[in-house]
Design a binder for this molecule. Structure first.
Ligand code: ZN
Length: 313
């Protein structure tokens, strides 16, 4: 069986044919058009190319930012550059025959669907997933079902309030988890410190242009002994650990999967994070819930989207 996976991002749309083992047989990447009139022919053109290169798919899975109605594939809420998709049914925009089923959901939930089929959530019923990138995405598998909630918003773990008077978040709340732990939050803390002239490798390297200090360079500086970078990362990890401990108490998952570019730091992140989480949650749970890295290593989002078609419902 071959399935079409599509990831709709703010700058790029990636589409690919995926086989039963989760391997991408062929893929196309196109820049995301700026309006729906350009979006439809671009997307259908990419799909047409894939159909010629491979074979007709048994189903289509679509991952997209925002709030997607999984029953109708209608984009309910989508702020930002993809705002023009609001109110559109993705199944109609794709333009394949009506007998090809189309499944669509929020991109973080799609990442968890991929893990359910091919990765760390296989054969599990209770799993939390956090995608740690520029923001923090989240999804929850509860009693074998992807949690959606009353209006489709459930699982936005990055928008859990962790500091009532904290920084303003893009969602309008203050002190969401992603304002204190995300690549953007870590970089923001470093830029402010460089701007203030704090003693650090970062200040030496980036005094003229603090915004060139990326999350990667901050982790690098920390591993080379820079105390300021170590402090920034330790503080961010402490807050993430506190938040995850709270989530464990609410959801009681078998495992927590970490995805996204920051999770790619591996042991530098996972070991101190596990310690923080376990210290806070061992008492009530009586066990140490493993924190593991995402196993579906496809950064394009195509495989996760394909997983949406194959994931148990
Ligand atoms: Zn928020």
């Amino acid at each position: 069986m071959v399935v079409l996976g599509i990831d709709i991002g703010g700058t790029q749309i990636r589409a690919g044919m995926v086989d039963e083992k989760g391997a991408i047989l062929a893929s196309r990447t196109i820049p995301t058009p700026g309006d729906v009139e350009a979006f439809v022919p671009s997307l259908q053109g990419a799909i047409g190319w894939l159909l010629e290169a491979t074979t007709a798919p048994a189903g289509v899975g679509v991952g997209c930012k925002g709030i997607i109605n999984p029953d109708s594939t209608r984009v309910e809420i989508l702020p930002g550059t993809l705002h023009f998709l609001e109110g559109q049914c993705l199944s109609q925009l794709i333009g394949l025959p009506a007998d090809v089923p189309v499944f669509a959901d929020n991109d973080a939930r799609v990442a968890l669907a991929g893990e359910m089929v091919w990765g760390a959530a296989r054969n599990r019923e209770d799993v939390l997933m956090l995608t740690l990138g520029m923001g923090v995405g989240g999804a929850a598998l509860v009693d074998g079902h992807l949690l959606r909630g009353h209006s489709g918003v459930a699982g936005h773990l990055g928008h859990m309030t962790v500091e009532p008077d904290g920084p303003l978040c893009a969602c309008g709340n203050h002190g969401c988890l992603e304002t204190v732990f995300s690549a953007r939050a870590i970089e923001g803390a470093a830029w402010a410190a460089v701007h203030r002239g704090c003693a650090s490798t970062l200040t030496r390297l980036f005094r003229e242009q603090p915004q060139l200090a990326t999350c990667r360079t901050i982790f690098q500086a920390a591993s080379e002994g820079d105390e300021l970078s170590q402090l920034i990362i330790a503080k961010a990890i402490g807050r993430l650990g506190a938040a995850i401990a709270g989530l464990l108490h609410v959801f009681d998952p078998e495992v927590v999967i970490l995805g996204g570019q920051v999770a790619g730091k591996g042991d530098e992140l996972i070991i101190p994070l596990q310690e923080e989480v376990w210290d806070r949650s061992r008492g009530l749970l009586g066990r140490e819930v493993p924190l593991v890295q995402q196993e579906v290593a496809d950064k394009s989002g195509i495989v996760g989207a394909a997983g949406l078609v194959m994931a148990p419902r």
